[in-house]
Design a protein around this ligand. Structure first.
Ligand SMILES: Cc1cc2nc3c(=O)[nH]c(=O)nc-3n(C[C@H](O)[C@H](O)[C@H](O)COP(=O)(O)OP(=O)(O)OC[C@H]3O[C@@H](n4cnc5c(N)ncnc54)[C@H](O)[C@@H]3O)c2cc1C
Length: 506
């Protein structure tokens, strides 16, 4: 992360503005590759490149299967990738992923992991899981600023027409149907991991069309319903209903089966630092076996694999000679390391996160919910990072505002985001938040803007089922695992990608 600090004085009050982000300056060195010749050689049986959840999940698998000859290289100065966090004097806060929904009961690998983390603590006498409630949301979980006031729940309710209500009911009934729908071989149409989903023609057709076109085809018209679906897709995929496939749009509602716990159906796992908490659970598998600040930039296949990596602390290049290598890195990075595109375009949506520290009086008598969403807004609302803190009424408040740039031209949006300066970012965020909090500026102590240029793969048509070849290993020695190979960027997919590939490698 590269912080830039700026103080901005408003009516005599000073406000700290700070820009951070993934280390794209270091990452962009992959374009020129003007690194020194290697001066050190390291030997390992298995090399893992990329310390996000997929790389970490692979390390866990190796270790749990008594294979301890492995090394993980990560270009940032910390592990976690998109599941990382920051911290100020008042709270930890996410710098990427911030929650994990309850897994489907079929997803036994994730359930096993939650048990290992002591989040899942066994079953009660009815067979329902006992979960650590301190690591979950509780009321008020979410609220929506709609028609000038806050309502519980993010499905618009106040004053909606009977026609809209009918459409909402019809849409959710369809999603109930899709949630349970299986093909003749018993595969769900919409599963997690995505690879377990049916590949029947009906499914493939849905992946070829845009979600909005499918909605029109089904005769949906309601403005409020379209807003809700657009918001949901932007929230999980970065892009809205004008861009994602119908399959991805439906998967958002039908992929999660709500079948593991009766008691905690509508809650999710979360932490002040977001999914960085989950990333930290992997540290026992990476202690002494990982090197941050190492940018991998080249690979050669001989009897063994030779990987070149630049150590950004010692400022030298190292040659790693490995039996097998796992690239748990996104495809736009792999294209540079391998010097060619292995599959058609992978479209990455840029995101901006803004962590805002506010005086305690912010919000007045109104309690903030965990997730606070503004109807019709360009952003995705904000998370109250201290939601689970029992002392939350005492100190300053820390919230994290999320915004994805939903557009047909992600490259242009990414360039624009990188160019934005502190004051422009401040206006972008506050113009949006002022719709619900007109006086917010009077309460702000600090704003930290976190730019992620290539934040997340976009499940546009043909992304999920259409890019199979890129998952294939090369010569049985080079393997690939990253959530973008699933086509949907969520914890479960990253975890699965790492696990699946590590199994194949052993
Ligand atoms: C803003 C945002 C919000 C999100 N919110 C959620 C959420 O709430 N819940 C959820 O489940 N998911 C969420 N996600 C999705 C999140 O991306 C996944 O959950 C998961 O963290 C992805 O892990 P990964 O290993 O696939 O990829 P990454 O996190 O991208 O990991 C790849 C790693 O490779 C490293 N790397 C890249 N190039 C090189 C190189 N050349 N050499 C060495 N290392 C390299 C990177 O630095 C990175 O650490 C969110 C994502 C974003 C961007």
């Amino acid at each position: 992360m590269i912080p830039f600090l700026q103080y901005c004085s408003k009516k005599g009050k000073s406000l700290l503005l700070k820009i951070t982000g993934t280390n794209h300056v270091f990452g962009h060195k992959l374009w020129a590759k003007d690194f020194p010749k290697p001066t050190e050689e390291i030997h390992t049986k298995y090399l893992i490149v990329g310390g996000g959840i997929s790389g970490l999940s692979a390390c866990r698998f190796f270790s749990q299967n008594n294979e301890n000859d492995y090394l993980l290289l990560e270009m940032e100065n910390h592990l976690g990738g998109n599941s990382s966090n920051g911290q100020n004097q008042f709270s930890k806060f996410p710098l990427g992923a911030h929650y994990l929904p309850l897994p489907n009961k079929e997803n036994i690998e994730i359930i096993e992991f939650l048990k290992e983390c002591k989040i899942y603590q066994g079953d009660d006498e009815n067979g329902d899981p006992i979960l650590d409630e301190y690591q979950m949301t509780f009321p008020q979980q979410e609220r929506l600023f709609f028609k000038n006031s806050w309502q519980n729940d993010i499905v618009p309710q106040k004053g909606i027409s009977p026609e809209t209500q009918k459409e909402m009911d019809r849409f959710f009934k369809m999603m109930d149907h899709f949630r349970d729908k299986k093909d003749l071989s018993g595969k769900y149409f919409f599963a997690i991991p995505l690879e377990d989903s049916s590949a029947e023609d009906e499914v493939l057709q849905l992946e070829k069309m845009i979600f909005k076109d499918w909605l029109h085809q089904q005769n949906f018209k309601s403005e409020e319903l379209f807003w809700l679906l657009d918001y949901s897709c932007r929230d999980d995929y970065g892009l809205g209903i004008d861009y994602v496939s119908a399959w991805a749009g439906i998967h958002y509602f039908a992929g999660r089966k709500n079948n593991w716990s009766k008691k905690y159906k509508d809650q999710v796992f979360t932490w002040p630092e977001g999914n960085a908490r989950l990333a930290k659970h992997f540290s026992k598998y990476t202690n002494g076996k990982s090197s941050p600040n190492h940018l991998v930039f080249d690979v050669k296949i001989n009897d063994t694999i030779e990987v070149l990596s630049f150590d950004n602390i010692q400022k030298k290049t190292k040659k790693i000679i490995a039996g097998k290598v796992l690239f748990a890195t996104p495809q736009f990075v792999n294209e540079r390391i391998f010097n060619h595109k292995r599959a058609g375009n992978f479209n990455y949506v840029p995101w901006l996160l803004t962590t805002i520290t506010l005086k305690n009086e912010f919000g007045g008598d109104e309690e903030l919910a965990w997730d606070n969403v503004i109807y019709g807004s360009d952003g995705l609302g904000y998370i109250y990072d201290q939601h689970q803190n029992i002392d939350q009424i005492l100190g300053e408040k820390v919230i994290t505002y999320y915004r994805s740039f939903s557009t047909a031209d992600c490259k242009k949006a990414r360039k624009k985001l990188y160019a934005l300066k502190e004051d422009q970012l401040k206006n972008l965020v506050l113009d949006d938040l002022k719709k619900a909090h007109p006086l917010i500026e009077d309460f702000i102590i600090e704003m930290q803007f976190h730019k992620i240029g290539h934040a997340m793969i976009a499940p546009v048509p043909n992304q999920i089922f259409g890019k199979q070849e890129v998952k294939q290993p090369i010569d049985g020695k080079i393997f690939f695992a990253h959530s973008d190979l699933s086509g949907i960027s969520i914890f479960e997919e990253a975890f699965y990608q790492g696990l699946r590939t590590a199994k194949d490698m052993l």
